[in-house]
Write a protein that binds this ligand. Structure first.
Ligand code: HEM
Length: 429
């Protein structure tokens, strides 16, 4: 039996595989190098802040790790997630989401600039060419998958039946490995393009002076270019304006204040309601089946350490109350700073006979939905600003914000600031 693939004709079929098919005089190594160089720092910021987000979940504690195979299996950062400054997660996750969306127009422009190469003929020339094409499939496929799932997650829209975090995480690793290889292989092309044409010099050319780059073997510059209908600087200005515009719309939900009104891409709209409890809600009580029955007068907080306690809300209110302004920052990138009042976690540990506890497992009353429990570290329990909050902005928490009690800890991802707390189990140090 002959297992060899049939030999392809040397002559490409009609259409995009023909060398003369692509006519834009803007395409060429300089444009790809320029767009790639603008994209690269955004991808680096997005990648680093993405890995920091995973660190912020403290995956080494309890069941916090949501990656099936434990992630990469080694620590990228040589430290554990701190509790100071309190706005750290708001900053890193805000940067993750903003750099990600800012990269999208640049990514599409970059893909447009290299489009002819995707239709290269013959599709496989040699074994090394085959490996290069496979790495490009991972690069382009990985980029599209990671950015698409990220944007859908910001919108809290999951039109698929796989789990978002592991898929986004592992696809990002494949994408980043393919990108490192790609950039490494393209360094000679980038150096030649910038040496011959300058890094920004082509941006000086107006429409009348916009001509195609020389069409060398294997380059994206067109064989038979049309006359330019726009200059390179107009193209870059358009892509840059799209990136800045979409970035500003996203940044509004991180920075807040008047900018929040232009956060048109925020998943919950720009108006979270009025009054002291009028700030973003990711998961409503209704959505996870929490109602008055679970949170009414019969609610008791179960606290375990060396001894077990059942505390009513009134008993918690009778303990020393502390008030701090703390941000709550969500993995979807939004954050908001509010004034929280409640009992210090370390006071609760002490009352359960577990002073200096090494960790605490906090479980919500909710039975449905994800993130119904989280384990906090000894440092997070010990921080004076770490609270079991009972009130916000001078009033009782609303049901949607976690009444009767919720966790609020400096720099902790919002998903771990458990709402509708039912039990806390302190591990004795
Ligand atoms: C999301 C990231 C990226 C994707 C999906 C992507 C995709 C591609 C593809 C499919 C090609 C055509 C295949 C080839 O020429 O071998 C290409 C070419 C190229 N890429 Fe990228 N790339 C990305 C990032 C970058 C970055 C960060 C740089 C520079 C720092 C870069 C620089 C180049 C250059 C110089 C070429 C050659 C263009 C030519 O020969 O005319 N790319 N890219």
């Amino acid at each position: 039996m002959n297992l060899r693939p049939p030999k392809l004709p040397d002559e490409p079929p009609p259409g995009p595989a023909r060398p003369g098919f692509w006519k834009s005089p803007l395409r060429g190594p300089w444009l790809s190098s320029f767009l790639g160089s603008a994209l690269l720092p955004l991808i680096v910021i997005c990648a680093l802040t993405g890995f920091l987000s995973q660190l912020a979940y403290s995956p080494d504690l309890g069941d916090n790790n949501i990656l099936p195979a434990g992630g990469l299996g080694f620590d990228i950062f040589p430290f554990s997630w701190p509790t100071d400054p309190a706005w750290l997660y708001a900053l890193t996750q805000g940067l993750h989401v903003v750099s990600g969306v800012v990269a999208i127009p640049l990514l599409f422009a970059k893909l447009w600039s290299v489009m002819p190469k995707l239709f290269e003929w013959p599709p496989l020339r040699s074994v090394s060419h085959m490996f290069e094409r496979i790495s490009l499939a991972f690069l382009v496929g990985g980029a599209l998958f990671v950015f698409f799932t990220g944007v859908m997650n910001i919108q809290l829209y999951y039109p698929w039946n796989f789990s978002f975090v592991p898929s986004h995480y592992y696809a990002a690793i494949v994408f980043l490995a393919a990108l490192a290889l790609h950039v490494g292989l393209k360094i000679p092309t980038i150096r030649t393009a910038f040496r011959e044409r300058g890094v920004v010099r082509p941006l000086n050319d107006d429409l009348a002076h916009t001509v195609a780059e020389p069409c060398r073997e294997g380059s994206t510059a067109p064989l038979e270019p049309d006359a330019a209908t726009m200059s390179r600087r107009a193209l870059i200005a358009g892509v840059g304006a799209a990136s800045i515009g979409i970035g500003a719309m996203m940044a509004g939900q991180v920075i807040g204040g008047p900018l929040r009104s232009i956060a048109l891409l925020a998943p919950h709209g720009t108006n979270p309601g009025d009054g002291p409890n009028g700030f973003q809600i990711n998961k409503t009580a209704d959505a996870v089946g929490i109602g008055a029955a679970e949170t009414g007068a019969s609610w008791r907080l179960s606290v375990e350490g060396r001894r077990a306690l059942k505390l009513s809300r009134d008993q918690l209110l009778a303990m020393p109350q502390h008030t701090y302004e703390l941000p709550i920052a969500c993995v979807e990138g939004w954050s908001t700073t509010q004034t929280w009042t409640g009992v210090r976690l370390r006071d609760l540990a002490e009352s359960a006979g577990a002073p200096g506890a090494s960790q605490v497992l906090v479980e919500s009353l909710q039975e449905a939905g994800s993130f119904r429990k989280a384990t906090l570290s000894g440092a997070q329990i010990d921080n004076e600003k770490s609270l079991l909050a009972l009130r916000v902005n001078g009033v009782d928490l609303s049901l949607d914000h976690g009444f009767p009690a919720r966790v609020i800890v400096p720099a902790l991802p919002g998903v771990h600031c458990t709402k509708w707390v039912g039990s806390m189990k302190f591990e004795v140090a």
